[in-house]
Design a protein around this ligand. Structure first.
Ligand SMILES: [Fe+2]
Length: 188
């Protein structure tokens, strides 16, 4: 069975979407979170399948390689800094940011190992051992917890506290990160 072609569109576990040149960058981050939730479902499916589907493995490996790194950079280099600057003391956002940072560091380390595991799986369907299935489940569980925090607290505070100039800067950085900043210049 061959590997899946990743030129397919989002919605069938295919490729990432692109930030809209003039859209709200927080909407794009939200869309990335929906995508990440789909990927968590695939990871659990891989962990539980007697013979994991090579297409599932390929989609998750591609997500780790190409989609997750720019999303993490959008948050770590952009969103989180802006939030830390704009949130008020009564928001008590500091401890949450620290916890997310720690979770992310662990997830990043684990992701490298999981990527090697997935890339090493045979194209004809490789049955993972119990220890690796447990690693996959653990990763998905942590990512889901993180998504809940981001959905319930981080993005609502961002929508409340970030200024129009903050959103503009965030959007420009996200476009530049994906090589799409020229597109925005063309829209002016
Ligand atoms: Fe996120």
């Amino acid at each position: 069975m061959g590997r899946k072609d990743h030129t397919s569109r989002r919605g069938d576990h295919g490729s990432p979407s692109e930030p809209a040149p003039l859209g709200n960058p927080l909407d794009f981050i939200q869309e990335d979170h929906l995508r990440e939730r789909e990927i968590c479902n695939l990871i659990v499916r891989i962990a539980e399948a007697e013979q994991p589907d090579p297409d599932d493995i390929s989609v998750v490996a591609s997500f780790f390689s190409h989609e997750l790194p720019p999303h993490l950079a959008d948050e770590e280099q952009g969103l989180i800094h802006l939030l830390a600057r704009r949130c008020r003391p009564e928001d008590e956002i500091g401890p949450l940011i620290a916890r997310l940072d720690a979770d992310r560091r662990e997830a990043r380390e684990e992701m490298a190992g999981l990527l090697a595991l997935l890339n090493g799986a045979g194209a004809d369907g490789f049955a993972f051992g119990d220890d690796n299935r447990a690693r996959l489940r653990r990763y998905a569980a942590r990512a889901r917890r993180q998504l809940i925090l981001e959905y319930a607290i981080i993005l609502p505070f961002a929508r409340l506290r970030l200024t129009a100039a903050d959103l503009d800067a965030l959007r420009r950085d996200m476009l530049a990160r994906r090589g799409l900043d020229q597109l925005m210049e063309g829209k002016k």
